[in-house]
Design a protein around this ligand. Structure first.
Ligand SMILES: Cc1ncc(COP(=O)(O)O)c(C=O)c1O
Length: 399
């Protein structure tokens, strides 16, 4: 690796909270990333689902450059042309009735705002979240997150959170009380293994929340902006939440968190009860506005649906061929492949052959590629996986 100094400096200076891949990335275009030695990689991580329009899409780059030359910062207490343009485009796409938004800088922040809003709007404090949920790692979002590894070192967390099995409406119903403000769920759980709920779960949850006067918060931080083959994943089930969180892909890689809500819910917040210095800054808004243009012009949600189906069929072929593949699941270009054992060798073996894949738990490979990925690039991914899975099978037989 040519850029050894980069690795050493980061290892010396950064908080050791990330498992690092042995890779210095220097450049990206579409679904391709290049390392410091000029080697190419097909990026099936999409930088954790962020690079929805591909790395450095020319429209997004142009929008960022043009805005940076005019004005970089503009606090929410001032009006700004590009922010208002982005909000206009966002509202035209948003699920019906979600006509107000708060702009922040990350997924966790979008969730924090949603939780505060639910408490403020209902005057109640309890939140029901799902087992397996991931909503971020700030204290409020962490309280809704399930994984003990993330939670245990930071107890006590925010009180009032209960977790119930994902997809089980009876258990949600049992957990509700007079003190429940909201139920929060991802439409498809990302971090815990790309878990798609039973088809009737989200509609039943919507109905239950309506009956009991409880707010429904849907966390689309990972699923939003076309990833699953619809602009928002809730559209697969015809469900409109009261509050919707968006981040990751929102500005194609610039920090942007969005919490959308119905006007009457949002109006419960008083002046100064929430704010963010950087939230809704002009450069991020310019990138987000261009992201929406690309999504619509290049029909990326439709593309995700088509390519996702193709890719899934080919992955199913691998499952039939390799016994170590247990299951495939997902929607659009949000796909999980569960193996019968730890996936680390598969991730590293694929990286060696120029394919970057994410994990979702110990034994699930997660694919969140840019939606502009080409069919022949997906074919390369399949043949690399075929090779690496085959080698691992042989190695396991020998052990
Ligand atoms: C569903 C979901 N919510 C929230 C978050 C937290 O987002 P961030 O890392 O931007 O704080 C993530 C991040 O992976 C996520 O997948």
């Amino acid at each position: 690796m040519r850029e050894r100094g980069v690795v050493e400096r980061e290892n010396l200076s950064m908080a050791k909270v990330y498992w690092k891949r042995p890779l210095v990335i220097t450049r990206g275009r579409g679904a391709i990333l290049w390392d410091a030695d000029g080697r190419e990689y097909i990026d099936c991580t999409g930088n954790y689902g962020v690079a929805i329009t591909g790395h450095s899409h020319p429209w997004v780059v142009e929008a960022i450059k043009a805005q940076a030359e005019r004005l970089i910062s503009c606090h929410g207490t001032f009006y700004h042309e590009v922010r208002s343009e982005f909000l206009g485009k966002l509202m035209a796409l948003a699920p019906r009735g979600l006509d107000r938004a708060f702009l922040s800088n990350s997924g966790a922040e979008a969730v924090e705002f949603a939780l505060k809003l639910a408490r403020r709007s209902t005057g109640r404090t309890e939140i029901i979240a799902m087992m397996g949920a991931f909503h971020g790692k700030t204290m409020g979002a962490l309280s809704a997150t399930w994984n003990k590894k993330y939670r245990a070192p930071f107890q006590p967390l925010v009180p009032g959170f209960k977790h119930v099995p994902f997809g089980n409406i009876e258990r949600v119903e049992k957990a509700l009380s007079d003190g429940t403000a909201a139920v929060i769920t991802e439409p498809i759980q990302g971090e815990s293994g790309v878990n798609v709920p039973p088809d009737d779960f989200l509609p039943a949850l919507r109905e239950l929340c309506d009956e009991r006067g409880v707010l429904l918060i849907v966390d689309e931080v990972q699923t939003g902006f076309g990833r699953t083959g619809k602009m928002f994943a809730v559209e697969h089930w015809g469900v409109v939440p009261d509050i919707l969180c968006l981040a990751k892909a929102a500005a194609s890689g610039l920090p942007m968190g969005v919490t959308m809500a119905r006007g009457e819910v949002m109006s419960s917040l008083g002046m100064g009860e929430h704010s963010s210095t950087f939230g809704g800054g002009p450069v991020a808004c310019a990138a987000a506005s261009a992201t929406i243009d690309v999504l619509l012009k290049e029909k990326l949600p439709e593309r995700a649906a088509r390519l996702g189906k193709l890719f899934m069929e080919r992955l199913e072929g691998l499952r039939e061929k390799h016994r170590i593949v247990r299951r495939t699941r997902g929607l659009g270009l949000m796909i999980g492949v569960e193996l019968r054992f730890d996936i680390l060798n598969i991730l590293l073996g694929s990286l060696d052959r120029g394919v970057l894949i994410l994990d979702a738990g110990r034994n699930v490979m997660r694919f969140l590629p840019p939606l502009v990925i080409e069919e022949d690039q997906l074919d390369v991914v399949i043949s690399v996986l075929d090779e690496v899975l085959g080698e691992e099978e042989v190695a396991r037989l020998r052990r």
